[in-house]
Design a protein. Structure first.
Length: 248
């Protein structure tokens, strides 16, 4: 591995889709900054898997809903690895709450984690990606933003905002050779907490035509492609990985 090996930050990479993305990028030789707000033990396990896959990983814990911590995360990657080529905004918070019972505090929590965090990270990362000669920003969306869902007014709204953020950034950053895309998972086999509805929370999503849930690796493979040199002409797009559950 040379000093010119590409560098990626994957937020929310302690488990699930974020972990799979980090490992997939490592297989392409990326050095990866693994980050999460909590679950430091799980983040360390992701770093181990990245190293095992042929990459190089370091862990940096941060709460990206705070602008200073988001900036600190980006600076940590540049300090550690010397450059930044890709930012994958995967981190979000899931809640399952009826609209009539939703509090302003819960609304703000979801909006902050799902929409503010990617904005803060992209804002801090873009100059460094431009300085590396260009690269990519990938935002993880949600199928519920395209079909609606009961008990997820906050999450649906925030994920819909991610699509707008992607389109606007794609236009604004194109001159710096930075592509920006959204990858939208469908119903994926992941570990979910009770506050997110557990496995039952997936019942709010449309069924796959393939008769199964997707795997984190299947979402990660799309992200891996978008981070590759072969995807340099793809920008401003919303790309669905859902087994045919939603066809825009």
């Amino acid at each position: 591995m040379t000093n010119e090996s590409k560098v990626a930050i994957v937020t929310g990479s302690a488990l699930n889709i974020g972990r799979s993305i980090a490992v997939h990028l490592a297989r392409d030789g990326f050095r990866v900054l693994v980050t999460a707000r909590q679950a430091e033990h799980d983040a360390a396990e992701t770093a181990r898997l990245v190293n095992e896959a042929g990459g190089e990983a370091h862990v940096y814990m941060a709460d990206i809903t705070h602008p200073a911590q988001a900036r600190g995360l980006i600076e940590a990657a540049v300090t550690q690895f010397g450059r930044l080529d890709a930012l994958v905004n995967n981190a979000s918070v899931r809640r399952q709450t009826k609209f009539s019972e939703m509090t302003p505090e819960e609304w703000r929590e979801i909006m902050s984690a799902t929409l503010d965090g990617p904005f803060f990270c992209a804002h801090a990362a873009a100059p460094h990606i431009a300085a590396a000669g260009g690269g990519t920003i990938i935002n993880l969306g949600g199928i519920s933003a395209h079909v609606g869902a009961v008990g997820r007014v906050h999450a649906v709204t925030a994920k819909a905002g991610i699509v707008g953020l992607t389109r606007a950034l794609a236009k604004e950053l194109a001159g710096d050779n930075i592509t920006v895309n959204t990858v939208v998972p469908g119903s994926i086999e992941t570990i979910r907490g009770a506050a997110a509805g557990g496995n039952h929370g997936r019942s709010a999503l449309p069924d796959s035509l393939l008769g199964r849930r997707g795997q984190p690796d299947e979402v990660a493979a799309m992200v891996r492609f978008l981070c590759s040199d072969e995807a340099r002409y793809v920008t401003g797009q919303t790309i669905h990985v859902n087994g045919g559950a939603f066809m825009p």
